[in-house]
Write a protein that binds this ligand. Structure first.
Ligand code: ADP
Length: 421
């Protein structure tokens, strides 16, 4: 049995609790119970309601679903180390059950804290406690997201698109191959006219392909010669917005799932309200789109897409034209919703900083005909916060992207001059 001082020291060894108020850490140490497990025992199973959270004392805990996902989609495997908190799905709103289980790989001891008790203590701790809960929620949601997203694998194979093949013949995209993992946030950047929207429209099923093919979870959704298949599994959020001006925010949000009979009005409203609250829009549901700012509209549109529960969300320069401050708020909202939602995201933008801040991977396209010129893996931890924007690794990635895009922009400019000559 650990003494209270040893418990406090263990809790303090966890990065989340290092800065927490002493009373709070002491209270958790007092409220926790010690439990021992044998090798192979489950501490909690995937189907368990999300309640307790745990701090590892000694041993090792593995997550079978993460390991399976790793094999399937190369999601990184995480194993708990001493002092690590795990099993926090309790704090991820909208996630009433865990998406992963925890199994002991060695004889293991943990401190278990009842989830509601933990939350109550954190609330009593005031601002620091509130921030801790927020950080935990975002971190755990992000972690579980990769495992939860078992669908939304987007595969572009040697895609080519020629507009007006019998006339002027514009080769917009040529031999473009991209694999996007379920739950991945992928950004595409490139000079104007390089074929970004062409790709997005082909994925959405709005336009046909000339060569190659696009598959979603292994099923062709766009092949030359066949009619492209748009579907509710892919939702596009456009730059100019598409909220119905004659309907309130609430009606805008619940209409899709209700009309398509995929969810009751109550269920979709509950889901929408939870997401609105998450991004600071709890009290706007009775307003009409004209009464809210364009930044708020963007947030509502993203929520509307998520309420419809697609496999993939396609965003075509959604934040273009927003001022810098609004853009920042909207980025944070998108990341918060992304961390919660386990969706695949394809994001098109001109803004390199935005691409790197948001995405797991940035693809730089060549000037027309568009191909993938360079892939930039953004291995920056989530949750992402504003201080990342000045971190050396962030700046290095930004420089890499600027160089690649600039080279293409110069080529595009030269080609434009030739075309005009
Ligand atoms: P981006 O989104 O990167 O700015 P687009 O995908 O919109 O680029 O366009 C790629 C190229 O295809 C551009 O040269 C554009 O003029 C051309 N294009 C796009 N749509 C059409 C169309 N419907 N008919 C003919 N050419 C088109």
């Amino acid at each position: 049995m650990l003494t209270i001082d040893e418990r406090v020291a263990l809790l303090r060894s966890n990065p989340f609790l290092r800065e927490a108020p002493p009373d709070f850490v002491g209270a958790i140490a007092g409220a926790a119970v010690e439990r021992a497990y044998r090798r192979g025992d489950f501490i909690f199973a995937k189907s368990d309601p999300a309640d307790d959270c745990y701090v590892l004392v000694e041993g090792r805990v593995g997550h079978p679903e993460v390991q399976a996902a790793e094999e399937q989609y190369s999601v990184s495997r995480e194993t708990a180390v001493g002092g690590q908190l795990f099993g926090f799905a309790a704090f991820v709103q909208g996630m009433p059950r865990r998406v992963i289980s925890a199994r002991c790989e060695l004889p293991t001891r943990v401190l278990a804290i009842e989830g509601n008790r933990f939350q109550a203590l954190a609330r009593e701790a005031g601002r620091a406690g509130h921030e801790l809960l927020q950080n935990l929620t975002r971190t755990f949601a992000a972690h579980e997201r990769g495992v939860a997203a078992r669908s939304g694998w987007l595969s572009l194979r040697n895609v080519g698109k020629v507009y007006d093949p019998l006339g002027r013949s514009v080769v917009a995209v040529d031999d473009c191959s991209i694999e996007i993992r379920p739950g991945e946030f992928c950004a595409i950047v490139g000079p104007s006219g390089c074929g970004k929207s062409t790709l997005l429209n082909a994925i959405a099923g709005f336009d046909s392909l000339t060569t190659g093919g696009i598959a979603l979870d292994g099923e062709w959704i766009n092949r030359p010669g066949a009619r492209p298949l748009p579907g509710p599994d892919r939702i596009v959020v456009f730059q100019n917005g598409a909220l119905f001006p004659w309907a309130t925010i609430r009606e805008n949000l619940v209409r899709g799932p209700v009309v398509q009979k995929r969810m009751s009005e109550d269920a979709s409203l509950a889901k929408a309200r939870e997401m609105l609250a998450r991004v600071g829009l709890a009290d706007i549901e009775d307003l009409y789109p004209a009464a809210i700012s364009s930044g708020m509209c963007r947030r509502v549109e993203i929520i509307r897409a998520l309420v419809n529960d697609p496999k993939v969300i396609l965003l075509d320069e959604p934040f273009r034209g927003l001022d810098a401050l609004t853009k920042t708020v909207t980025h944070n909202a998108l990341l918060e919703l992304f961390d919660l939602s386990a969706k695949t995201v394809l994001f098109i933008t001109h803004d390199l900083e935005e691409a790197i801040f948001l995405a797991d991977r940035v693809l730089v396209m060549t000037t027309r005909p568009g191909r993938i010129k360079q892939t930039i893996a953004v291995d920056l931890p989530r949750p992402r916060t504003m201080d990342l924007l000045t971190a050396p690794e962030f700046l290095r990635l930004k420089e890499e992207a600027i160089e690649a895009v600039h080279e293409e922009a110069v080529k595009a400019f030269a080609a434009g001059e030739r075309e005009l000559a």
